[in-house]
Design a protein around this ligand. Structure first.
Ligand code: ACM
Length: 267
């Protein structure tokens, strides 16, 4: 199975330009599952809710999903990409799955980061999608810091963690290696690069997109300066073997009766 990422430098607010660039870049590959960054079509640093409202789109009817469905079909791609979703009067930081056959699924980010809490509604469920070739567990950026997310996705059957990101802290790429080791899954983190400014503040995104295997090895990665499309062949069977030694199965050896504290907010 071929999997990979498209690391990008989106231009804030320029949805059509960002989507067109992605279509041009994706036309160079075929027969693969590719992850794009969080909010890839709009950029990240919304000034206020009105600005988010003017850039968010309906799913599946909006421009971005309509265009990406076309390239997914043409090039036989399964795509996972981040975008702002408009749903009734609410806005979600969403990751959309579009299959080569035109199937559309949405995950709404559960763990909102910093100013995202001002504009977005928190998602209420986790999502594992069957692509035919593999089971894809979807998480967005800051979801990485909660190991409960990747563990829950694994227990729901995920073999590949698909992780659209706009990372600004320097920890996630290293942490995702641990998420892979402790769950024996693959992970595709698709980050963005570039700096966005708003007033006197700015954010710089750290790049370093990567594919990690179930032993925690980074099997392909990008730097922090350029846009980058990378695809690699993986054997998905590796994510089905949960034995870390012949005597230790990371799923069967768990003792959930001792972990109930992590399923409660009570201290
Ligand atoms: C993040 O969740 N965008 C850091």
């Amino acid at each position: 199975m071929r999997i990979g990422f498209l690391q990008l430098r989106p231009k804030f607010g320029a949805t059509k330009k960002n989507v067109k660039k992605v279509i041009t870049l994706l036309s160079r590959v075929s027969d693969a599952t590719i992850v794009l960054p969080e909010l890839f079509n709009t950029g990240y640093l919304f000034r206020n809710k009105e600005e988010l409202a003017s850039l968010a789109e309906r799913i599946p009817g909006g421009y971005t999903v309509t265009e990406l469905k076309k390239i997914a079909k043409l090039k036989r791609l399964n795509l996972i990409f981040g975008m702002a979703q408009k749903a009734q009067r609410k806005y979600y930081n969403a990751a959309v799955y579009v299959s080569e056959k035109g199937k559309v699924e949405v995950y709404q980010k559960v763990h909102l980061f910093e100013r995202e809490k001002l504009f977005f509604t928190r998602g209420k469920s986790l999502k594992v999608i069957s692509s035919g070739e593999a089971k894809l567990g979807i998480m967005i950026c800051f979801d990485w810091i909660f190991p409960e997310v990747s563990r829950s996705l694994t227990l729901k059957g995920a073999q590949i963690l698909c992780h659209p990101s706009n990372l600004i802290l320097p920890y996630a790429q290293a942490a995702m290696k641990t998420r892979c080791i402790e769950n024996r899954v693959f992970a595709i983190t698709a980050n963005r690069i570039g700096t966005e400014r708003m007033g006197t503040g700015s954010l710089t995104f750290t790049g370093g997109s990567q594919v990690v295997d179930p032993t925690g090895e980074v099997i392909v990665s990008a730097g922090d300066r350029s846009e980058s499309l990378k695809v690699i062949d993986v054997n998905i069977e590796e994510a089905k073997n949960k034995n870390v030694t012949p005597a230790n199965n990371i799923i069967d050896d768990r003792v959930p009766s001792l972990y109930s504290v992590i399923c409660s907010k009570k201290k």
